[in-house]
Ligand binder design. Structure first.
Ligand code: SF4
Length: 364
């Protein structure tokens, strides 16, 4: 019998599963689901036999029907600044590999950077030029449970259970484009938000996208967590070259969808802008950026270019980065200059540096 993956289910789905597959009375299903969510997500239990709040018989039934297995950790890299990157082998048929990154902050809290695809849907002719993941063909969309499991790997490593709350933020900025795997991302966020389980609030979760206008609107109407837009150029023609999918979804439409988000959700959009030497780092680029940012509430994350083997784009000097930042700041915007944790070519844990060796399997 194939077991149902526990991490796939939101609270209501678990309740229904307990009734339909395990035969728990409807009147008791809510209480049982609470015991399970609390035991696994809040107390960090790793198997049903430790679930002392339910009878021994029920523990056996749960074990028969539900799987709590996590992916195998194949490799762990700890960078100079304590950022950790795990290479995980999924429990899928082809044992695909993904990476997940745990980033410490100064305030002793942590952020997990989650992957949503093996490879990226934007690979081939649509790959963003600065990103290593774009060189890996799309192998598959991750399921919601494969995303939740990345969180559980990090939580178990930190022993982040009970009263402490070390893991504060989740960013969907690892491998893959979130909005091209949106139904699974929606389900993932639903599980993250369940108050009896992981209990992450909307302001703890940031979804990053290169900008797919219709999907940004759908995201606004449903998920509505923080939104980060990977802009990288405010000039439409230049953006076509950096993010080729811009030819299909031009900047004008992306801006309209950001306005929709800010009007409806009332939060600023985080503009992600990786500075690439000689490509998008001039004063004129900064002025164009101001024009775009003036159209909806936004703040700027200016990101150092993280290089990777085979990449010939050069990062911008500290001085030039500060000059660029000053132009935007002087126009009244909040600007944060970000150096990704663990971005050396030895660690490759930073923004745009994730990539695994999994390849699509041709079944013909
Ligand atoms: S930046 Fe995002 S969308 Fe672009 S290639 Fe990298 S992972 Fe894919």
């Amino acid at each position: 019998m194939t077991k149902q993956n526990f991490y796939e289910l939101n609270f209501n789905q678990l309740k229904n599963f307990l009734v339909e597959k395990i035969g728990i009375e409807s009147a008791r299903a809510k209480m049982r689901a609470e015991q399970l969510f609390s035991g696994i997500y809040k107390k960090g239990l790793t198997n049903f036999s430790d679930l002392s709040t339910v009878t021994k018989d029920l523990r056996k039934e749960l074990d028969k029907h539900l799987s709590l297995d996590l992916p195998k950790i194949v490799k762990k890299i700890t960078a100079e600044d304590s950022t950790i990157k795990w290479l995980l082998e999924l429990n899928d048929e082809n044992k695909n590999l993904i990476e997940v990154v745990l980033i410490p902050s100064k305030s002793s809290h942590y952020t997990v950077c989650v992957s949503v695809q093996v490879g990226c849907a934007m690979s081939k002719n649509s790959a963003c030029i600065h990103c290593a993941t774009g060189t890996q063909a799309l192998v598959k969309n991750l399921s919601a449970n494969e995303m939740v499991m990345q969180i559980m790997i990090a939580k178990r490593y930190l022993n982040d259970f009970g009263d402490q709350r070390l893991l504060k933020n989740i960013v969907l900025m690892g491998s893959g484009e979130s909005l091209t795997n949106f139904s699974q991302v929606q389900q993932f966020i639903k599980v993250l938000e369940e108050s009896t389980g992981l209990a992450f609030g909307k302001k703890s979760i940031t979804l990053s996208t290169i900008g797919i206008p219709d999907k940004i609107k759908e995201f606004t109407d449903s998920v509505a967590t923080y939104l980060a837009l990977s802009l990288h150029s405010a000039d439409n023609e230049k953006r076509d070259k950096i993010i080729p999918i811009n030819k299909k979804y031009p900047l004008k439409e992306v801006i309209e969808s950001c306005k929709y988000y800010t009007n409806k959700v009332g939060e600023k959009v985080f503009i992600e802008y990786t500075l690439m030497a000689g490509i998008n780092d001039s004063s004129e680029d900064a002025r164009q950026l101001i024009k775009v940012m003036s159209q909806f509430p936004s703040k700027l994350n200016l990101i150092f270019m993280n290089t990777w083997p085979g990449c010939d784009i050069k990062p911008v000097s500290e001085e030039k980065t500060n000059q660029f930042a000053k132009i935007v700041k002087d126009a009244g915007f909040i600007v944060t200059v970000r150096r990704s944790g663990g971005r050396s070519e030895k660690s490759l844990c930073g923004c745009g540096q994730l990539r695994t060796t999994s390849v699509p399997i041709n079944k013909n």
